[in-house]
Design a protein around this ligand. Structure first.
Ligand SMILES: Cc1cc2nc3c(=O)[nH]c(=O)nc-3n(C[C@H](O)[C@H](O)[C@H](O)COP(=O)(O)OP(=O)(O)OC[C@H]3O[C@@H](n4cnc5c(N)ncnc54)[C@H](O)[C@@H]3O)c2cc1C
Length: 386
């Protein structure tokens, strides 16, 4: 019997595990992947603000340091939104393994290739997991179970009935490409209803001639593959490259949960839709959520009370630290997806690039509202931001 079992060795699970192990609790993490971090499901972009939560990232986890985002309006005009402390394009497979190793060094146990089929519930409390490790069935028990499975697992449905609504999921496809030409100091974001309805095309450099080139779209008649291939075909600097890896997946861009706990259970990270709704970045949100979950679990274990009522502190802490900001970002996404290409072109001319970064963090949205209000037909939409 462990103090805590964590299902999922992504950033939410491993950061939660490390924090708990650092505090002296016994922790077991299971992941269904044969290799932690692989296959990657990620554009690998991350802002430097993450180091507040995980410390300095080792060089081997970083493919490229970047200065900011170059954002392209539909008419091709670009603005450079600089990040105060820069950011990274990671080697996500190495990064996830590093986070796992940090948790192990702190005392946590991690077991890959372990698919958790079911959470064990007794008398309305979650008390363990049932799974399979390399063909052998097993059961393990703990005082608290953490569901950090990401958004593509059905386990969170058993845990708290969480399902992702189709309209709040972006469908993504990405090629890691080599032999391309791109300014490697920026991540490149291309907006436009023609090239990627609701989402954007990204080119995240991993070096001078290598990048993750991907698209996220609201699922519709045409597939993500259609949009990605069309974009590449129209960009000679990409078209000349080769595809060395293909990644796909879905990103929740809304649907944050009011409640993420039950008796003996916490759901955290992307499993609880804790992803930035405008750019789909989920690594930072997963890390913060995992750390907050660990702090709450630690307090509850010390008091000997892991009831729903005691664990509910997690809801309050997450909403105060991240949720209300992410809700602002969700409103921003709701406004952005209604703008025409012409509106987006006008915004690129009117906005101060510094503010754009703040908007994506859920701050200063009144500035954007004021700019939108200059056009009478956008007044109603702008009010959604206030
Ligand atoms: C195409 C794409 C591009 C993206 N690009 C970026 C980006 O550039 N920057 C960014 O910040 N975010 C990006 N994201 C989002 C980011 O990858 C996720 O939000 C983040 O990994 C969430 O972390 P997590 O720990 O909550 O979940 P995950 O990283 O998904 O980890 C969950 C783990 O749980 C395991 N698991 C699931 N079910 C079970 C089970 N039943 N039993 C055992 N194990 C289980 C999985 O194998 C997985 O390892 C992208 C996502 C996609 C799909």
């Amino acid at each position: 019997m462990y103090d805590v079992i964590i299902v999922g060795a992504g950033p939410a699970g491993t950061c939660c595990a490390k924090r708990l192990a650092d505090k002296g609790f016994s922790v077991k993490v299971y992941d269904r992947r044969r290799e932690i971090g692989s296959p990657k499901r990620c554009g690998e972009g991350l802002s430097e603000s993450i180091i507040k939560y995980i410390g300095e990232i080792p060089e081997r986890c970083i493919a490229k340091r970047i200065k900011g985002s170059r954002i392209y309006a539909p008419n091709g005009k670009s603005v450079d939104a600089m990040l105060e402390y820069g950011g990274y394009v990671l080697e996500r497979k190495v990064f996830d393994k590093w986070l796992a190793e940090e948790a192990i060094k702190a005392g946590a146990e991690i077991q890959s290739d372990s698919f958790i089929e079911e959470l064990i519930e007794e008398d309305g409390k979650f008390v363990g997991v049932k799974g399979e490790f390399v063909g052998d069935k097993f059961e393990e028990r703990a005082k608290v179970v953490v569901c950090a499975t990401g958004a593509e697992s059905s386990l969170r449905k058993q845990a708290l009935g969480i399902v992702s609504k189709t309209e709040l999921i972006d469908s993504c496809l990405q090629y890691e490409m080599s032999g391309i030409d791109i300014d490697p100091d920026f991540i490149h974001i291309y907006l436009g209803n023609e090239i990627s309805p609701r989402g954007y095309v990204w080119v995240f450099p991993k070096g001078k001639d290598r990048a993750n080139v991907g698209v996220g779209i609201v699922p519709g008649e045409k597939t993500a593959k259609h949009y990605l291939n069309s974009f590449i075909a129209n960009h000679p600097e990409l078209k000349k490259g080769s595809i060395i890896e293909v990644n796909g997946g879905c990103i929740p861009v809304g649907g944050m949960q009011e409640n993420m706990v039950a008796d003996g259970l916490i759901v955290c990270g992307e499993a609880a839709h804790q992803v930035n709704p405008i750019h789909g970045g989920g690594i930072k949100e997963a890390v913060i959520s995992g750390v907050l979950a660990a702090d709450v679990i630690s307090d509850c274990l010390k008091k000997g009370d892991v009831s729903n009522k005691a664990l509910m502190v997690f809801n309050k802490m997450w909403w105060e630290e991240r949720g209300y900001l992410m809700r602002n970002v969700e409103r921003l996404r709701e406004v952005m997806e209604k703008l025409s290409d012409e509106d987006l072109n006008n915004l690129a001319d009117a906005l101060d690039p510094k503010d754009i970064i703040e908007f994506t963090r859920g701050s200063k949205l009144s500035i954007l509202a004021k700019v939108l209000m200059r056009k009478p037909k956008l007044v109603k939409l702008a009010k959604h931001l206030l």
